[in-house]
Each structure stands twice: as structure tokens, then as C-alpha cells.
Ligand binder design. Sequence first.
Ligand SMILES: Nc1ncnc2c1ncn2[C@@H]1O[C@H](COP(=O)(O)OP(=O)(O)OP(=O)(O)O)[C@@H](O)[C@H]1O
Ligand SMILES: [Mg+2]
Length: 550
Amino acid sequence: MSQKRTRSGFGVMMGLIGMIRPMLGIMCLAILMGCVGNLMASFITILGGYGFLPVLGLIDGVNLTVIFVLLILFALLRGILRYAEQASNHYIAFKLLARIRHKVFAALRKLAPAKLDGSEKGNLISIITSDIELLEVFYAHTISPIVIAVITSLFMVIFLGRIHPIFGAVGLIYYLIVGALIPIMNGKRGSSTGQEYRNSFGELNTCVLDNLYGLEEILQFGQQETRQKEQNKRTEKLHETSQTLKDHETIQKIVTDGVILSAGVVMAILGAVLLEDQAVKSWEVIIAVITIMSSFGPTAALSTLSNNLHHTLAAGNRVLDLLEEEPVVEDVAAGAEECQGDIVCDHVTFAYENEEKILDNFSGTFSENKIHGILGKSGCGKSTLLKLLMRFYETDQGTISYGKEEINRINTKELRNNISYVTQETFLFQDTIANNIKIAREDASMEEVIEAAKKASIHDFIMSTPEGYDTKLAELGDSVSGGEKQRIGIARAFLHNSKYIFLDEPTSNIDSLNEGMILRSLDQEKKDKTIILVSHRKSTMGIADEVKCM
Ligand SMILES: Nc1ncnc2c1ncn2[C@@H]1O[C@H](COP(=O)(O)OP(=O)(O)OP(=O)(O)O)[C@@H](O)[C@H]1O
Ligand SMILES: [Mg+2]
């Protein structure tokens, strides 16, 4: 159903960076502010060093007033630039997240309903919620820090190199160790623990939710202690993994700090050697040591970044996969606008991807002005047939036609507009009852809504709720019964008033009195319509003019 692509980490980064294009200007500005701000931070210490040189009697001609003014200016600007950089990065990140969410929903509209039908629903929910959220880290805290670290380090290498090329080389090597080598090694080591942490977190979540949703079952079967133990076990595991992660972080901090200190020592030793050879002056050695010690801010920031990068890129990969996925069925946009006449299935064969055939050479005609019953045992493919008639999937072999037109030549939007499809599970939105019915036809008048509700035998129930048709379903909580839900679904179908009505087990939860009323309404509606009624109840089939057994 879905084609998973494996991209390299670099490929994912490029894919994600590709989406920044509309905001490249702000991104460059953020990077510029970050570079200037970080350099100013380093130069506050370096200038301070310059200020001390005359005191030590090492050089003359340093204007202390200028240094003092510059120090204050740099300190002030550093704060402002830092704020502005962060603000721009977050602006970009949240704008981009909104854009990506928009794109993901557009992709889902194209991929649904086949995509939402399969087993991947859970995955999809995690992409839409946590994966997209994780990308904030990438856009706000990954791209610009990397670029800023590269630019400021290069600047510092040049600054040191101008004092003496060997100082420049030492700088380059140490920036690479702190900014690249340590993060990469760390990323490799930390990624499995990070993954474990996320898994444990997910498992604990699932466990808590299971325990909440299944509270009635737990009480009924006396499972409190077992479930409690299970939950404690998972909490314990999460605690252990987070401890390991913390330990990793601590070790990494110690290593990074150690390396930075050693940079100062190495610079001082080399400076002493060069001083001996009279290749540099003593004050230059002091400035070089101060420079290297005060310039690791941007590179050291990269070493903590690598902890998250792995997850961020994995999340990015899943989001990109979804955006690039091809739908199982492409909508027909240009095809015939008309959709009328008998439905003819001609030797239809169909299997879900990589599974065995569900329909094998199925043929049959569903003619107009009739109610057609479809009877068959659970799992034989009744719902699947309706999905094929809706063109949620395409047949593997054989054809389906509406009148003279083959289904693949009919404009898909038009086709679905001509069908009222009541699925096995009616979904109710957190809105008023009236609006829940009205989604079938937004411009329907209140009278029409009430008429549809009466036909679906749900009017009396609605009138018994506190505010009738204006009652919000959220206020009723879980108290809408399965049968009431189904009847709201059927009311939608009556309101939609289309030529074709497909009902998938519409009355499975409804008592025989209400069922009788609904079936009678259907019988009165069947003129000029083609109604297909799926059920495994023989009694329901009493209303059908023709019954096909599958
Ligand atoms: N999206 C899907 N991907 C893979 N297999 C599926 C999918 N939907 C249904 N199936 C499988 O196809 C078979 C037919 O399913 P279908 O829902 O059409 O049966 P049904 O006749 O409507 O059954 P019931 O009476 O229980 O509703 C089942 O074995 C089911 O597990
Ligand atoms: Mg079914």
C-alpha cells in the first residue's frame, strides 16, 4: 500500500531544507544575526584580553576607552541579536510546520480512503502529531546552528591563522573535533538508547490508555493488580532508559569540556615553542589562547544537537514518505459528469495488496428502482464490494459500470456525489446533532433535516435530548448508543438524497421495531433509486426485491 523509501540522513536533510525556500530570506537573516552575535560573544573575552595587555606591559597604544565602549556595545548587541535570531528561527519553524501540516492533509485527502482503511492508521496518527512536531527541532534548532558553527569557526580559524598559521591549524582541528567528530560518535552511540526511550515512552502511553479505556473489563475480571504491575514495569523501564540517556549526556559534556580545555593547553604549549623561535610575540600567544578558549560556543552547541538529530531525521523521513506517496487510486478528474443507470459488475476480481483474492469473478447487476440485498458470511467481501463501487479501490480484473459508463471513466467526485454510502461504523463529529446530519447536504433546511431524521426513525430520540437538534454530541458524551449512531448515519443518507444508496449493515444494532420503520422508509424511497443493502440478517433481507448471496 505504501512505498517506504530509505533516504540517507543527508537526503532527508536536503528534502526538509527544500521546503524552506519560501523563507530563505529570513533564514539567512537568522544565520547572519547568529554569526555576528556569537562572534561578539567571543570578542568580549578577546577584547578583555587586549585590555589587560598594556597593564602587563606587553604592548602600548591600546585605547582602553574604545575597548570599554566596544565591550558594552557587544554585550548589549549580543543579547538583542540572540533574541532576534531565536525569534526568526521559531518564526520560520512554526510557519513551516503549518505549511507541512497543510501539505500532509492535502496528501491525505489524495491517499484516503484506501490509506485510512488499512492497518496504518496508528502510524498515520503518529506522523500527523509527533513527527511533524519534532521537525520544529530541525527547523529552529538544527539548520542555523550548523551553518553558524561553520561560519564562526572559519572566521576564528582565519583570525588565529593571521597571528600564526599553526594557531589557525590548531583551531581548525579542534573545531572539527568538537563540532563534528564528537557529535557524530555521540549520535551513533546515543541513537539506539534514544530509540529505546521513545519506544518505552510509547509503550507506557499505550498501557495507561489501555487501562483507562478498559477499566470496565479490568474491574469485571478483577485484573487490577496485574494491570498495575504491568504499568509499574513500564514506568520502571522508562526510568531506566532515561537514566542511561542522562548518563550519556553527562559523559558527553565531560568529554567536550575536556577537549576544549586541552585546546587551550595545546595552544599555550605551541605558543611557548613558537615564542622560543621568536616566530610570535608573547602577547600574541596570550590572545591566541584566549581566542581558542572563548570560541567554542557554537561548535559545542552542535554536540548536544546530535542527540536529537537521529530522531528528527527519522521523523522527517516518515513525513517526506507520506508527502511523496502515490495514492492507490488516482481520482478521475476529467471523466463523464453523468452517472446514472444500472450498476453492472462484470467478472470482478479483487485482492487487497499482497493478500488473497476477496472477490473472484463476481458478476451481477444492480438495477434501478429496486432494493438489492447482499447476503454473506462475515469476511466474504461485502464491504469490499461497496468500496469498489465507491472506487476507493480499483478492480484487479473485470469491470464495474454505472449505466453505459465504466467506473474508471466517470469523474470520481461526481460519482461519489451521486452515492449515499452508510458505512458499518458511523462517525459522529463533536458538533450539534443537526450539523452532524447536515454534513450530507450543507444547504439543507431544518425541515429537510427533520424529515430525514424521521425516515431514519431517530427524530423521537433527538427530541428527547436537552436541546433537541441543537444538542452538542460532546455534551451527551458516550451516551449515544450504537443504534442511535447508526440511525444518524442513515438520516444522512436520506438527506443526501442521491440516486444510489449503499447501506452496509445499517441496522445491525437497531431493534426490530425501529428497523421495520427504517426499512419501510427505504421502500418508499426506492423509486428512481438503486439501493444496495448489505446484511447477514435474513429478516432484514425481507425488504429486498432481489438478494445476492456472496
Ligand atoms: N483495507 C484492507 N486491507 C487488507 N485486507 C482487508 C482490508 N479490508 C478488509 N480486508 C479483509 O478482506 C476480507 C473481506 O472484508 P470485508 O470487510 O469486505 O468483509 P465483509 O463481508 O464486509 O465482512 P463483515 O460481514 O464482517 O462486515 C476480510 O478478510 C478482511 O480482513
Ligand atoms: Mg463488512
